[in-house]
Design a binder for this molecule. Structure first.
Ligand code: ADP
Ligand code: MG
Length: 143
């Protein structure tokens, strides 16, 4: 587990870029933190590094988006979903695919006990962002 501090959105994007260099198809990155913590900002940096040119924003009115990069990239926001055992089986299957790097914005802290329904074909990484005063954020990254 690593813990870093960032002092600006640009620094958090840069951290996302570095994180992306460790990622490959099938990997799932669970990004936890409250609203405004910087989840989308970190994912934006990671997507850039993966060759995504489309704008990267929190998906709205949809659970997720797929981007074209050097590898396919999925971006989910589970803000409206209470638990990952969603009523609709297979809801995440279109996004958590073996060919894609997936980022999942998860509004709760910790991420303990979260199961991705066994659909994660690659590695699972957990990132958590916390407000640390002003523009500072504490970012922990753990397997
Ligand atoms: P989330 O997806 O967690 O709701 P966003 O990434 O959409 O958060 O928003 C984070 C907001 O906080 C942005 O407006 C961003 O510019 C601002 N911000 C300020 N400092 C930081 C920082 N160190 N890291 C990330 N975002 C920051
Ligand atoms: Mg967001």
């Amino acid at each position: 587990m690593s813990v870093e501090r960032t002092r600006s959105a640009a620094e958090t994007e840069a951290l996302g870029e570095r994180l992306a260099s460790q990622l490959g198809p099938g990997d799932v990155v669970l990004v936890a933190g409250e609203l405004g913590a910087g989840k989308t900002t970190l994912i934006r940096g990671a997507c850039r590094a993966l060759g995504v040119e489309d704008p990267v924003q929190s998906p709205t009115f949809t659970i997720g988006r797929r981007y074209v990069g050097r590898v396919p990239v999925s971006h989910l926001d589970l803000f409206r979903i209470e638990g990952l055992e969603v009523e609709e089986p297979g809801l995440l299957d279109d996004y958590l695919t073996a060919d894609a790097v997936a980022f999942v914005e998860w509004p709760r802290g910790g991420g303990g006990g979260i199961e991705l329904g066994g659909e994660a074909p690659g590695r699972l990484l957990r990132v958590e962002l916390r407000h640390a005063g002003g523009d500072e954020r504490e970012v922990s990254i753990a397997p």
